[in-house]
Design a protein around this ligand. Structure first.
Ligand code: GLN
Length: 505
């Protein structure tokens, strides 16, 4: 199957249901695409070929025998390596979990199976989802499928973003039409932006976290990555919904009640907030143009643009990295080589428990994870917790209130997903803070529990010296306002299609 023939999930599933294509045939095509593209991209770290083909044959049988078919019938999906599937490795790209095979499946994975999807394999990520480049992985870095030939090309290629870079690269390269990622501070939206695909971070509590290996529990949320907004919504609808296995899961009644108060708005009725503080930021020229073109388009379809202020925006990144590191230090304390995780072989005969634990954690975790654990442990330690953690929690409340005030005036907020397009692999290796700053526009959605979407923007024309790497914009909505995000993304998708045709003409 060539790149051009790669179909969105909705179309693929429709063809399979109509008998045009068997599930086995479609699964084989996907596997062939992985075999061809993955050696360069390193998006998948494990492909479950046998299990996928066996299941494909079962699904074909199901269709032929006339049984009802689920909404993702026959669609191959990539899963980030921090999602549990019974009996399959779930490593979080860490030496610490390199042999971990869960005995249960994440709720989202079970829902995919119930919807008749094919779980094709697991994708690369930053260790424990900590990172923004899919470089901190025991499997080595993933490459962005957009190699960007021309004036800005680099030798090693570009980063796909992170931490769900494997999932985004797998979708953008056409290996699979859909993938799941997790987003604690931008890890779905930032890689989606870097790879030119759609990514959604749902409202906190709308998608069950049961079976997702925890990074920072009050921020983590699983979400979809796709090549069209329709596919994104399809996958979101399958995975969302209350779950008694996740205590923070929102009940169906609650979601319906909030959705009812949001109501339905057409594009013409939509009030789009432009975040004043974002405009003052240092943005790459193509990102700035993507924003301008999006605004022009939204105005042309009748939406009203309103400038709004999020005064605490500048504090978001420090607040996020403090809270995320504190929660990570706490969540990762279980990996001690005793209860869970890699156990070091300590040579001394009479090694103490403490020595074994220290050696196991020393060997099992990579440098970035250790950095977060040390930062989080320090910030939570006696005498400092008030100064750092409590202060960050108060700032988080203030950030939430900023959003609430903005949403009293507008229906969605528009801003960039990232300050710049993808960076070359290794560009931030010596400077973790520079890497953290690529998340400056994404972290506040997690701090405030809001849904946010990254929408790729097809620029109408490029200057000869401009980067051809994908660019994107981001929309935030109030809690449970996902349908507003899909509506805006659908409109922009249409605009993108005509911009593309215009460029080809
Ligand atoms: N890059 C951010 C971090 O390292 C976000 C990660 C994520 O969303 N999982 O914490």
């Amino acid at each position: 199957m060539t790149q051009q023939e790669n179909l969105p999930a909705l179309e693929l599933s429709r063809r399979i249901r109509s008998g045009d294509l068997s599930v086995v045939e479609s699964t084989r095509r996907s596997l062939a695409e992985v075999a061809q593209r993955n050696p360069t991209l390193n998006a998948f770290v494990e492909v479950w070929s046998d299990a996928a083909l066996t299941r494909a044959a079962e699904l074909d049988h199901k269709r032929v025998s006339g049984e009802s078919t689920g909404p993702l019938f026959g669609v191959p999906i990539g899963l980030k390596s921090n999602l549990c599937v019974t009996g399959q490795l779930c490593t979080c790209a860490s030496k610490m979990l390199s042999n971990y095979r869960p005995t249960y499946s994440a709720t989202v994975c079970q829902r995919l199976l119930d919807a008749d999807a094919i779980l094709l394999g697991r994708t690369n990520m930053d260790e424990y989802a900590m990172g923004s480049g899919t470089e901190y992985s025991i499997y080595g870095p993933t490459r962005n499928p957009h190699f960007a030939s021309g004036p800005n090309a680099v030798l090693e290629g570009y980063s796909p973003g992170g931490s769900s870079g494997g999932s985004a690269a797998a979708v953008a390269s056409g290996m699979v039409p859909l993938a799941l990622g997790s987003d604690t501070g931008g890890s779905i939206r930032q890689p989606a932006a870097f790879c030119g695909v759609y990514g959604l971070k749902p409202t906190y509590g709308r998608v069950s976290r049961f079976g997702l290996v925890a990074y920072a529990s009050s921020l983590d949320q699983i979400g979809p990555i796709a090549t069209t907004p329709e596919d994104l919504e399809l996958l979101f609808q399958v995975i969302q919904g209350s779950d008694r296995l996740d205590a923070t899961s929102l009940s169906r009644e609650k979601v319906q009640q909030v959705e009812a108060t949001l109501g339905h708005k057409s594009l013409k009725q939509l009030r789009v907030g432009i975040i004043r503080e974002h405009a003052e930021q240092d943005l790459a020229p193509t990102v700035r143009r993507a924003l301008e073109e999006t605004k022009e388009y939204l105005k042309s379809v009748g939406a009203t643009l309103v400038e709004v202020s999020l005064p605490k925006q500048a504090q978001a990144i420090a607040t996020y990295y403090l809270i995320a590191s504190c929660e990570a230090a706490s969540n990762l304390s279980r990996y001690d080589g005793m209860h869970f995780g890699h156990r070091a072989q300590v040579p001394e005969k009479n090694a103490t428990l403490e020595q074994v634990i220290a050696a196991s954690r020393g060997e099992g975790f990579g440098a970035e994870v250790k950095r977060r654990i040390m930062l989080g442990t320090y910030a939570l330690s006696h005498g400092y917790a008030e100064q750092y953690y409590q202060q960050a929690t108060r700032m988080r409340q203030a950030i939430r209130q900023d959003f609430a005030a903005a949403f009293a005036e507008v229906d969605v907020l528009l801003g960039p997903t990232t300050p710049a397009p993808a960076f070359p692999i290794g560009a931030h290796r010596q400077d973790p803070i520079a890497m953290y700053l690529t998340d400056q526009f994404t972290v506040s959605a997690n701090l405030a529990g809001l849904p946010a979407i990254s929408v790729p923007i097809e620029l109408t024309n490029f200057q000869p010296d401009e980067s051809r790497l994908p660019v994107a914009v981001q929309f935030h909505a109030p809690p449970c306002g996902e349908s507003r995000l899909f509506a805006v993304a659908n409109a922009l998708h249409e605009r993108n299609q005509s911009a593309k045709l215009g460029a080809e003409a």
